[in-house]
Design a protein around this ligand. Structure first.
Ligand code: FAD
Length: 430
């Protein structure tokens, strides 16, 4: 028999990634009584591969292997995938949202003023990224520094740990917004896995959650699902509010890597990834430097069958080729599967060719490409389809605010867009 809490909230927010943390912060700042329920834990980020593996490499929880052996990852922890992401910021495409009656400009304006968001100073652009940038520019590519959600004063050169969870407070994560929400009185319960939404008389009235070994029912006037591109459609299905398994995009990536013999670096192989890059928006292809921690590099080399390159990490330049894939595949309750469409393969073919050209220009040899992998599941409960432009589902009182609601194939860093959607929803709900 579930335990029923006597406390009632104005809003329950399920998940604390960028979408959930942003809406919770906005609601709490405006005086709403907010409960945040997060499946992961709030242990301080240590920047260790072991801690990262616990958040994002447990099969079926943070990591999903598709039928074609490609990998999809998300992080189950306070702050969601922002805890381990690469901190690259990009604004939402205005036309995509304007077509659905959504103007994110006001929210973006405020966010830009309060978030750390700028290109890295040259002192923090690693030697590998700098060498790739030089080679790309020699080929007349429009290769520019990217906006990073990083506080340069706290960031250390020769360090790679932001990708495992920055322990120095240099990288912005959604934990920053969770902390602000809590300062405004919001309540956080970690290790709280929501199982389903409770509906009475056709309206969402609460959730059932597994917390500390017990099942609890928690009630609120508004329920916001922000469990991410995989978690939110699963919750709707578990609540019998979604007729069939959701399809999704994942913005898959291939890493193209090659070794050089003359790298001048104090800490070779240790730098902030995605310091600079170029986009071919029309084609849905984006490229950026991608220096990975040694263990991740070796995993990709092994997967590509390049045992001969396992020891080459300190000398290997990497370029990420990311594509805007079509919406497809299925999110089941116990599995997630998506394979590439022929047009997705064609994009990879073109992007990998450009990346090879840059690496050759940079003097790299033994160039090889990894199998594709992905980290941006979204578009699974799209605006105009499963939610309206106010992010409300067909069930009154039930909203979705995370990467699920992105209405079209994407191919961009989603975080800033989700923060803006969360801010806008928080304002509307109050
Ligand atoms: C390696 C990597 C690199 C990336 N690099 C970038 C980048 O450079 N720039 C960028 O913009 N984006 C990047 N991303 C993607 C970005 O981090 C995600 O798109 C973003 O975090 C998605 O936010 P969200 O709010 O949709 O959900 P998530 O961040 O997925 O958060 C969802 C939260 O819900 C919780 N949850 C799930 N199910 C339940 C449940 N049943 N009950 C309670 N809680 C639940 C999860 O634990 C999680 O905390 C990267 C991602 C990864 C993994």
């Amino acid at each position: 028999m579930p335990e029923s809490s006597s406390v009632s909230y104005d809003a329950i927010v399920v998940g604390t990634g960028p979408g959930g943390a942003s809406v919770a912060r906005e609601l709490a700042a405006r005086g709403a009584r907010v409960l945040m329920l997060e499946q992961g834990d709030a242990a301080p980020l240590r920047g260790s591969m072991l801690q990262m593996a616990g958040m994002a490499a447990v099969p079926g929880k943070g990591a999903f292997i598709h039928r074609d052996a490609s990998l999809l990852v998300r992080a189950i922890t306070l702050g969601g995938s922002s805890a381990i992401n690469f901190a690259t910021a990009a604004p939402p495409p205005p036309a995509m949202f304007a077509a659905r009656g959504i103007d994110l400009a006001p929210a973006l304006g405020v966010l830009r003023a309060e978030l750390p968001m700028a290109p890295l100073p040259d002192s923090l652009v690693g030697p590998m990224a700098a060498r790739i940038m030089l080679a790309a520019r020699e080929l007349s590519l429009d290769w520019r520094k990217l906006d990073k959600m990083i506080r340069p004063d706290a960031c250390r050169s020769g360090c790679w740990r932001c990708v495992a969870g920055c322990p120095f407070g240099a990288k912005w994560t959604a934990r920053d917004f969770v902390d602000q929400a809590r300062r405004h009185g919001a309540v956080l319960r970690e290790r709280a896995r929501v199982r389903r939404v409770l509906v009475e008389d056709g309206r969402a009235v609460g959730v059932e959650a597994h917390i500390d070994g017990k099942t609890e029912t928690l009630r609120a006037g508004r329920i916001v699902l922000a469990a991410g591109g995989i978690g939110s459609p699963r919750l709707l299905r578990a609540s019998k509010l979604l007729a069939r398994p959701a399809a999704f995009f994942s913005d898959p990536v291939v890493a193209v890597m090659g070794s050089v013999d003359d790298l001048d670096a104090e800490a070779p192989g240790a730098e902030v990834p995605m310091a600079a890059g170029a986009s071919w928006h029309v084609d849905g292809i984006a490229l950026a430097d991608l220096t990975l921690p040694q263990a991740m590099y070796q995993g990709f080399a092994l997967q590509a069958g390049r045992v001969d390159r396992l020891g080459a990490h300190p000398r290997t330049l990497g370029i990420m080729v990311k594509i805007r894939d079509g919406i497809g595949g299925r999110i089941g309750q116990h599995w997630v599967d998506k394979t590439l469409l022929p047009e997705d393969r064609a994009k990879f073919g073109k992007g990998v060719e450009i990346a090879r050209g840059i690496l050759e220009r940079a003097g790299a040899h033994h160039i090889f490409a990894s199998h594709h992998f992905a980290a941006h599941p979204g578009g699974s409960l799209r605006i105009g389809d499963q939610v309206d432009s106010g992010l409300q589902t067909a069930t009154p009182g039930l909203y979705v605010c995370d990467a699920s609601v992105i209405p079209e194939p994407w191919g961009l860093p989603p975080t800033l867009t989700l923060l803006a959607l969360g801010k806008r929803l928080g304002q509307a709900l109050v």
